[in-house]
Write a protein that binds this ligand. Structure first.
Ligand SMILES: [Zn+2]
Length: 183
């Protein structure tokens, strides 16, 4: 397995709309290798809880979720799942502002930036699994949040597109703010 280079802004490849995979492609060695390499790339970073193929330069609708406790979110529990051709087919309730960052959106010091992004707290997502089987699952809480961020990547959208630029803060500010909230 290989740790891949993660593209960062302003690389225009991140703006590419990824295409869906056929079941034959899902079963190909190339896609299996890509999934394993994305897992390895996520493991190499401390913060990432999800990554889509376009972030490593492949315009394919491949999203890997690897939720685990991070320095910013120590309360998380482990959850690994691959979503191929993921699509939101239903949303529930209103959007709520949720903090997020992205390993493809860094400041001039190569640190992630953060902002509160309006996201649904519950969605229904359609996707293919690694064996090519189609599923329709409910996702809520943090998983729903991560999936909306990743499905945006598959459509060439970054979280910073969805917020007022004045509300984007540095990692240092985010940590300070987080302390205020948690103490
Ligand atoms: Zn991201």
């Amino acid at each position: 397995m290989t740790v891949l280079r993660v593209l960062t802004t302003p690389d225009q490849t991140l703006r590419t709309k990824s295409r869906n995979l056929s079941v034959a492609e899902i079963n190909s060695e190339e896609v299996k290798t890509l999934i394993n390499d994305i897992y390895e790339t996520l493991r190499a970073g401390e913060y990432g809880v999800g990554m889509s193929a376009i972030q490593v330069g492949q315009p394919l609708a491949v999203t890997v979720v690897m939720i685990h406790p991070t320095p910013n979110r120590p309360e998380l529990t482990n959850f690994n799942k691959v979503y191929l051709n993921p699509k939101i087919i239903e949303t529930f309730g209103e959007k709520e502002p949720m903090w997020e960052g992205c390993c493809s959106v860094l400041d001039e010091n190569a640190n992630p930036v953060y902002a509160k992004v309006p996201r649904y707290t519950k969605i229904r997502v359609e996707y293919h699994d690694k064996a090519g089987k189609k599923h329709r699952n409910l996702a809520d809480g943090f998983l729903a949040h991560v999936l909306q961020h990743e499905i945006d990547h598959n459509n060439g959208i970054l979280f910073t597109d969805l917020v007022d630029v004045r509300n984007i803060i540095s990692q240092e500010e985010y940590r300070k703010l987080n302390k205020i909230i948690t103490h």
